[in-house]
Design a protein around this ligand. Structure first.
Ligand code: SF4
Ligand code: SF4
Length: 377
C-alpha cells in the first residue's frame, strides 16, 4: 500500500526526539526495564527496518512485543503518531504469527465461518477449558421489541464476542429495547478487522471495514458497539451512520435506577476504552455513583491481552496480568469493557482456582435496571 513505504515510515519515526518521557507509561518497559522494550527503543527498531527495508528477528521481536496500548502516544510531548507508525511498519514487515493466531484470523474474516463457529462452540468447550478459557454460557436473546419504537439501533456483534460472550450481547439487546428502540436486522455484518490490523494485514482490515459499512448502510439510525477494542475500526463507519459506545449511549436513554449495588466492584478500564476518554469517564462516574462501596478502578498499565498479544506471547501476557489479579483479592465482581481483556482476566482467575465473576459493564447495567438481589436502597 502507498502508505506503507519506507519513506512514510521514516517520516513518522523521525518525529521522535528521543526524550524517553514515554517510557514511564509503557507496560513492557515497566515489566523488563529494557530500552528495546520501550516506545523509544521500538521507534528505533522500526526506523532501522525502514531504512534497510528488511527485518531481522531481533528487530521484529522488539517491535512486536508492543501491546498497542497507545499510552506512549497519549503522553508524547512531540505528538509522535506512534499507532500509525506501528501499523505501517507491521504492514511493510509483517509480524511472525503463531499457528493459533493464523487460524483465528482466517476464522473471523468470514461472517459465514463466524456463524458456524458460534454453532459448534458447545463442542469446543472441553478444548477451551483445557487452555484456561472458560466460555460463558450461550445466551440466546429473548427479544421484547417496544410497541412504538423511538428509533432503530444496530448492534455490532464483533467476532470473538458472539461465540464467547453471548450474554453481553443478549443483555445489550435487552437494554436497547428497554430504552424504547428496536434492533435492526444486519445479517451480513462481520468482524471489525482489528486483529488483522494488529497482524499487519491492513488491506484485509480495510476490506472488512468496507463490508461492514455496506452491512449497516440504511439499516439503522445509530450503530452501538460493546467491545472497546473494535472502536478504532468502526470509526470510519461514522460517515454512514453515528457510531457510539453502547454503555455511554444507553445510560443517557434509560431511567435512573432506584437501587444501588451493594457488592464491592472492581472496574477495569481497558487501554482501548481509555483511548475514548469521554466514554471511559462516563462509565467510571456511573459505576461509582451507583455503588454503595468504593469501586476499585484499574485504569493504568495493560492487562497483557493486547489484541492477539496473549496468543503470540502467553507468558509475557500472564506476567503483565499478574498485578491486576493480585489487586482483585477483596472484590466480589469484576467489570471490563473489552472482550479480549475479559477473556484474558477470566482465564487468569480460572487458572488460579478463583471464582470471581467477570462481567461486561452492560450486563451489570442490566442487573441494576432489573434490581437484582445485590441492589439495595
Ligand atoms: S515517542 Fe515522544 S515521548 Fe517517546 S521518546 Fe519519542 S518524542 Fe519522547
Ligand atoms: S503502545 Fe503501549 S506497549 Fe507499545 S510502546 Fe507504547 S506504551 Fe509501550
Amino acid at each position: 500500500m502507498a502508505h506503507d513505504t519506507p519513506k512514510s515510515i521514516l517520516a513518522l519515526s523521525d518525529q521522535c526526539v528521543r526524550c524517553g518521557l514515554c517510557s514511564a507509561v509503557c507496560p513492557t518497559y515497566a515489566l523488563t526495564g529494557l530500552e528495546t522494550e520501550s516506545p523509544r527503543g521500538r521507534i528505533t527498531a522500526m526506523q532501522a527496518m525502514a531504512s534497510q527495508d528488511t527485518a531481522d528477528a531481533s528487530l521484529l521481536k522488539a517491535r512486536d512485543h508492543c501491546l498497542g496500548c497507545g499510552q506512549c502516544q497519549s503522553m508524547c510531548p512531540s505528538r509522535v503518531q506512534y499507532a500509525q507508525l506501528l501499523e505501517r511498519s507491521r504492514s511493510r514487515h509483517p509480524p511472525r504469527l503463531p499457528a493459533s493466531e493464523r487460524w483465528l484470523l482466517r476464522l473471523v474474516k468470514s461472517p459465514l465461518r463466524l456463524k458456524l463457529a458460534a454453532a459448534i462452540l458447545p463442542l469446543a468447550r472441553p478444548w477451551l477449558l483445557s487452555r484456561g478459557f472458560p466460555p460463558s454460557d450461550p445466551c440466546p436473546p429473548r427479544d421484547q421489541p417496544p410497541a412504538r419504537p423511538r428509533g432503530r439501533v444496530a448492534l455490532f456483534l464483533g467476532c470473538v464476542a458472539r461465540w464467547a460472550d453471548g450474554k453481553t450481547l443478549a443483555d445489550t439487546r435487552w437494554l436497547i429495547q428497554q430504552a424504547g428502540y428496536s434492533i435492526a436486522d444486519t445479517p451480513s455484518q462481520g468482524c471489525c478487522g482489528a486483529l488483522h490490523q494488529h497482524a499487519g494485514q491492513r488491506e484485509t482490515a480495510r476490506q472488512m471495514a468496507e463490508k461492514n459499512r455496506r452491512a449497516f448502510q440504511g439499516r439503522a439510525d445509530i450503530l452501538l458497539y460493546s467491545a472497546s477494542g473494535c472502536a478504532p475500526m468502526l470509526e470510519p463507519l461514522n460517515n454512514t451512520l453515528p457510531v457510539k459506545e453502547a454503555f455511554h449511549w444507553l445510560v443517557g436513554q434509560l431511567p435512573a435506577p432506584r437501587l444501588r449495588e451493594s457488592r464491592r466492584l472492581a472496574l477495569h478500564l481497558p487501554c482501548s476504552l481509555r483511548q475514548q476518554p469521554e466514554a471511559a469517564r462516563a462509565l467510571r462516574q456511573y459505576v461509582e455513583q451507583h455503588c454503595q462501596k468504593p469501586v476499585l478502578v484499574l485504569d493504568s498499565g495493560c492487562c497483557g491481552a493486547g489484541g492477539a498479544h496473549m496468543l503470540r506471547f502467553p507468558e509475557r501476557a500472564a506476567a503483565l496480568r499478574q498485578p491486576l489479579l493480585e489487586a482483585l483479592e477483596t472484590v466480589d465482581l469484576l467489570l471490563s469493557s473489552n472482550i479480549g481483556c475479559a477473556l484474558h482476566l477470566r482465564a487468569g482467575l480460572y487458572q488460579q482456582g478463583r471464582d470471581l465473576p467477570v462481567q461486561h459493564p452492560l450486563s451489570w447495567l442490566r442487573s441494576l435496571q432489573e434490581e437484582n438481589p445485590a441492589c439495595t436502597l
